[in-house]
Design a protein around this ligand. Structure first.
Ligand SMILES: *[C@@H]1O[C@H](CO)[C@@H](O)[C@H](O)[C@H]1NC(C)=O
Ligand SMILES: *[C@@H]1O[C@H](CO)[C@@H](O)[C@H](O)[C@H]1NC(C)=O
Ligand SMILES: *[C@@H]1O[C@H](CO)[C@@H](O)[C@H](O)[C@H]1NC(C)=O
Length: 144
């Protein structure tokens, strides 16, 4: 089955990159603000997240926007920011990323980019100014 191949390869790829770069320490997770920031303020935070994640590729800064109890629908990850951190932090800085688009609407943000994983659309649900949930299977980037 294809997914099991990725399961095997991804940690190996991570380990290879890890040999050249120091282990990163996860930042403190995002804590939901009460009252929640407005849609406009959340969009500004989404734009900061997008800049860190796919432009400067500062995975440490990107993870300051993610709650600890993050629900992750990626099939390789468990729920919780710690799982995503362990997968992404060793490999992210060396990713070759081409940004194709970003979009924010309501409480959802979308990222569209090309990387070694192919052309990706990530969808993030925001809650209290933080990323609380993520989908990346069969997502489509909004066209309007
Ligand atoms: C990445 O972001 C962290 C947290 O915002 C910051 O402390 C660090 O200096 C940044 N690293 C680089 C290389 O800009
Ligand atoms: C993650 O949490 C969601 C919501 O609670 C749940 O539906 C899903 O099964 C969980 N995923 C895993 C891999 O445990
Ligand atoms: C994604 O789409 C493919 C092809 O339609 C389907 O086989 C697969 O189950 C879908 N995955 C999810 C998570 O919806």
């Amino acid at each position: 089955m294809r997914v099991s191949n990725i399961f095997v390869l991804l940690p190996l790829y991570g380990a290879a990159v890890n040999a050249q770069t120091p282990n990163l320490k996860a930042p403190p997770p995002c804590v939901r603000a009460t009252p929640a920031p407005s849609e406009c303020q959340t969009e500004a935070r989404f734009n900061e997240f997008a800049e860190a994640f796919i432009v400067t590729k500062n995975i440490t800064e990107a993870f300051t926007f993610i709650v600890e109890d993050y629900i992750n629908h990626n099939p390789l990850a468990q729920n919780g920011s710690a799982s995503a951190w362990s997968i992404l932090s060793p490999i992210w800085a060396s990713q070759d990323i081409t940004v194709l688009g970003t979009k924010f609407r309501g409480n959802m943000g979308w990222l569209n980019y090309r990387s070694a994983f192919g052309t990706v659309v990530d969808r993030f649900r925001w809650e209290g100014g933080c990323i609380a949930e993520h989908w990346d299977q069969n997502e489509t980037f909004p066209t309007d």
